[in-house]
Ligand binder design. Structure first.
Ligand code: PLP
Length: 390
């Protein structure tokens, strides 16, 4: 009786929903499922952040609507964070937008900048929400492949001039979900010049900005000279501070794009609960030792997973950042067949690469989202299936 709008019908299928459904079904049957499928951080929010929120929740001012566009103190905290972490100057008044997690911003940005029929560039494989925004805006996606031979960075020379000239927006994401690749400063410098030449707004998704391994801190796009002239960066507290449930993120960069994001948000939300904003400022400006520990934890897990995978004969490349590994599936399987086999026969949940795009075919994404022993156990179970060559 009430038919869905054309915009909703254009939305891509939420492939994680089916993965979650299958996982829950196995758990209900009483199986010991090792769930490395979804990107949900498994550790708690650091204590001092939780305490800041508990205290702030008693402030009756926060029981009212928060100011539109967020509290001044949070925007200032974001600016200080960028200066401290990346040496980047940010004007808290005009260059910061507070977001309900970056998922909202990543979808809204397409509505901010694209008209129906406009083009946008996005990575394949890539985080699915970029496409959701493009679909809602009735714009046209131009996927560029992320290939292992290019270290999962786009090869701008391989993108047609037509696609570059037509596109108004480009999504990038490093450290990268799902390939776990990291970007260099040189790559971002090149990106700025490509964006300038073709008049493209770059949206860099820096969700895994804190998670780089082997002592290498990931580079912010805004560190490149001129980056603020051509784009913005989105940063979430979900991963750096294990705050996925709190829904706090922000966008930083080009003031006209930030104004557009703020404008759309004025019509969709009043800003976040004030106590959450206070806790977010505490996260950004308070002690950072928990972040160092977090990176150490993921690195220990990475090492355990890679070692265990190799010991069962799986020829894998270890991740350089994020909390994902991107492993090639053995010959003779599609990514979905292999992920289904692991799920049904080993009760190990991984995400099939195809869920992130056509170029993701041939890989599975494995989350570093359980203790090292569980990751080893997962690999032992996979080894017992006998599908990997020793
Ligand atoms: N971007 C990437 C690449 C992600 O993996 C995620 C979450 O999984 C997000 C953005 C969204 O994060 P949030 O909405 O929690 O800020």
């Amino acid at each position: 009786r009430f038919e869905q709008s054309e915009a909703l019908k254009r939305l891509p299928e939420q492939f994680f929903a089916s993965l979650v459904g299958k996982t829950q079904a196995l758990k209900r049957e009483g199986h010991d499922v090792i769930n490395l499928g979804q990107g949900n951080p498994d550790q708690p929010t650091p204590d001092h952040i939780v305490k800041a929120m508990q205290q702030a929740a008693e402030n009756p001012d926060y029981h009212k609507y928060s100011p539109f566009r967020g509290h001044q103190f949070l925007k200032e905290a974001v600016a200080k964070f960028y200066k401290r972490e990346y040496g980047v100057d940010v004007d808290p008044e005009t260059e910061v937008a507070v977001l309900f997690g970056t998922k909202t911003g990543l979808v809204e940005i397409s509505q901010c900048l694209l008209n129906a029929g406009d083009s946008a560039l996005l990575p394949d494989p890539g985080y699915p929400d970029y496409m959701s925004g493009i679909a809602l805006a009735d714009a046209k996606p131009h996927f560029f492949p992320l290939l292992e031979k290019n270290h999962f960075l786009p090869d701008y020379d391989a993108i047609s001039d037509e696609a570059l000239n037509l596109s108004k927006l480009m999504f990038l994401n490093y450290p990268n979900n799902p390939t776990s690749a990291v970007a260099t400063r040189e790559f971002f410098d090149e990106t700025v010049s490509v964006a300038n030449k073709h008049n493209i707004c770059v949206v860099h998704d820096f969700a895994y900005g804190a998670i780089g391994f082997d002592g290498k801190k990931p580079t912010s796009f805004l560190e490149s000279e001129g980056a603020k002239d051509v784009g913005i960066e989105m940063y979430t507290l979900s991963k750096t501070y294990n705050m996925a449930g709190w829904r706090v993120g922000f966008a930083v960069g080009n003031s006209s794009v930030i104004e557009s994001l703020n404008l759309i948000q004025d019509h969709l939300y009043v800003s976040l609960f004030g106590a959450v904003q206070e806790a977010a400022a505490e996260a950004l400006l308070g002690v950072q030792s928990a972040v160092d520990m977090l990176v150490e934890t993921y690195e220990t897990r990475r090492n355990a997973l890679v070692k265990a995978a190799r010991s069962i004969g799986w020829d894998v490349t270890g991740p350089k950042g994020t909390f994902f590994a991107w492993f090639k599936v053995p010959d003779g399987y599609t990514s979905e067949q292999f992920a289904d086999l692991l799920l049904n026969e080993a009760h190990v949940v991984v995400a099939p690469g195809k869920g992130f795009g056509e170029t993701g075919e041939g890989y599975v994404r494995i989350g570093l989202l359980d203790e090292p022993e569980r990751l080893e156990e997962a690999m032992e179970r996979v080894g017992r299936l006998g599908v990997l060559k020793k």
